[in-house]
Ligand binder design. Structure first.
Ligand code: PEP
Ligand code: MG
Length: 528
């Protein structure tokens, strides 16, 4: 945009300098209140806001090109970031900081709130349109009491990450954005309730009920008649792995490796990957850890493998599909996993996300074999793979049902969209049919199948999944106790009967009601 008439170049440059200074001061003030790495990062970012190269180029764009201050700093920062990106790590990592200060300076110039999660300096309820996984992953549970979003489905990564951090979260809340700074809100993550200015009686009733879903897992997972069901945890890093061990997880059913590198412009080196994976394996001693190769794409873009824009990212080049264009990235990751496995005791299984065909499974298993990784399997989260599972499992040595994506693709309902939350549930009989098809095909080949989507952590749905033929369930650690308790009170025959009842139901709600009704005595006994 051209500079508005009357706003001469000197005044425009002065506004720009003042905005950059204000951003720098605000970041330094935050650095003063932080410690360790956070303080260091904030100080470096503050310096970036007043970086002379950036300032000179922005000023030149104002004076020579007649750009507005906003346009000038935007373009100057983009040019600097692009230049840094060509230099490779560690300098290329600074590109993100440059874009971050760019956004802050533009926000200051236009008088809007700076981007990112606010830091008011006291505990608060975070209300947002939606959050990026990278923002959610870095939330401080000590400060963020609860999360409320207008967007996002129950299986969006925002909801998954908040759950794993133990932060109560309610997504897809109509009217969330009508909440204002300073309002008192009650957030019940378990019940999905958000209430402005709750009365004292409501608060007291909830406080009396106490926290739910916090039962620890007491014994290895098994049905009432003693059939083993591995109860595993979904983790994204070493801290989550430690929490999973404390919650009694028998191993890891899904290690989402892409979460180790969200927001990174450049591919992490093999050494860096080994350093990220080893502590997760170490936490589990000799037990099973299923490592998933990078599931980049859609809401988890990784610039070093995913395209900057696609018309339909959820249907795009994501997951294993990125390996067609970047086979060397998959190769280096498998090398890193193999090195980490060799250095630790854990029994390492490896699986690929977004596998659609038997051919893809065959190629992935072959790639794993080249690195000595013999336990190689696939996520089953594309309906095609579920329907053709007997061919997929000719190659894959195990399967893990990603019910979040499987539901999204079966129902044609974007899991990030709050408006479609009613469709986005593993209770959909169509999804349960796909689970059954997957288990039937795998059984023909003698391959085990687990579930690692959010459905596995629903204590009412879990016995249905077992009844359909699933032999392990992987979930957020805090769900383990309830799921274990329901299974321990339900025989494998009863699980199969629950599965038949759910499949016979006309829709998701009827399926849930039918199963709840049959499980009523068990749920009452456990207090669910
Ligand atoms: C899934 O799709 O169910 C799954 C477990 O993977 P993610 O949630 O990471 O897509
Ligand atoms: Mg998935």
């Amino acid at each position: 945009a051209a500079r508005p008439a009357g706003d001469d170049a000197d005044a425009a440059v002065a506004r720009l300098t003042a905005a950059a200074g204000a951003v720098s001061d605000a970041l330094l003030a935050r650095a003063g209140g932080a410690s360790g790495t956070a303080a260091e990062v904030l100080t470096v970012t503050a310096g970036m806001a007043t970086d002379p190269t950036l300032a000179r180029d922005a000023e030149r764009r104002v004076r020579e090109e007649g750009a507005t201050p906003e346009r000038a700093v935007w373009d100057a920062a983009d040019a600097l970031a692009a230049q840094l990106e060509t230099l490779g790590p560690p300098l290329s990592e600074r590109a993100r900081d440059v874009r971050d200060v760019r956004d802050r300076i533009v926000a200051e110039l236009t008088g809007v709130r700076p981007p990112g999660v606010p830091t008011p300096g006291h505990p608060f309820v975070l209300v947002a349109e939606d959050l990026a996984p990278a923002d959610t992953a870095t939330l401080d549970p000590g400060q963020v009491r609860a999360v409320v979003t207008a967007g996002g489905g129950p299986t969006s990564h925002t909801a998954i990450l908040a759950r794993s951090l133990g932060i109560p979260a309610v997504v897809a809340v109509a009217g969330a954005l009508d909440l204002a700074d300073g309002d008192t809100v009650l957030v019940d993550g378990t019940g999905g309730v958000v209430e402005r200015d709750p009365d004292a009686a409501t608060v007291a009733a909830l406080a009396d009920a106490g926290p739910r879903g916090r039962r620890a897992l007491e014994a290895p997972g098994r049905t009432a008649d003693g059939v083993r069901v591995d109860l595993l945890a979904n983790v994204a890093d070493a801290d989550a792995a430690k929490a999973a061990v404390e919650a009694g997880a028998e191993g890891v059913g899904l290690f989402r490796t892409e979460f180790c590198f969200l927001g990174r412009a450049a591919e992490p080196s093999v050494e860096e990957q080994v350093a990220a994976y080893r502590p997760v394996l170490a936490a589990f001693g000799g037990r099973k850890v299923v490592v998933r190769t990078l599931d980049a794409g859609a809401d988890k873009p990784l610039p070093f493998v995913t395209a900057a824009s696609e018309p339909n990212p959820a249907l795009g080049v994501r997951g294993l599909r990125t390996a067609a264009r970047h086979p060397e990235v998959l190769d280096r990751q498998l090398e890193a996993i193999a090195q980490a496995a060799a250095a630790e005791q854990a029994e390492v299984w490896v699986m690929a996300p977004m596998v659609a065909t038997a051919d893809e499974a065959e190629r992935f298993v072959a790639a794993c074999a080249r690195h000595g990784l013999e336990r190689a399997g696939v996520m089953v989260e594309v309906p095609a793979a579920a329907l053709r599972s007997r061919w997929v499992f000719e190659h894959a040595t195990f399967g893990s049902l990603g019910t979040n994506d499987l539901t999204q693709y079966a129902m044609a309902a974007d899991r990030e969209l709050g408006d479609l939350a009613v469709l986005s549930t593993g209770w959909q009989p169509a999804v349960l049919e796909l689970v059954r098809a997957t288990c039937d095909g795998a059984a023909e080949r003698g391959r085990p199948v687990g579930v690692c989507g959010e459905a596995a952590g629903d204590p009412v749905l879990a016995p249905v999944l077992v009844g359909l033929g699933v032999t392990s369930l992987s979930m957020a650690p805090r769900a383990l106790g309830d799921v274990g308790a329901v299974l321990a009170a339900t025989s494998s025959d009863a699980c199969r009967e629950l599965a038949r009842a759910a499949l016979a139901a006309p829709d998701a709600e009827a399926a849930r009601d039918a199963v709840r009704e049959r499980l009523r005595p068990v749920l009452a006994e456990i207090g669910l």
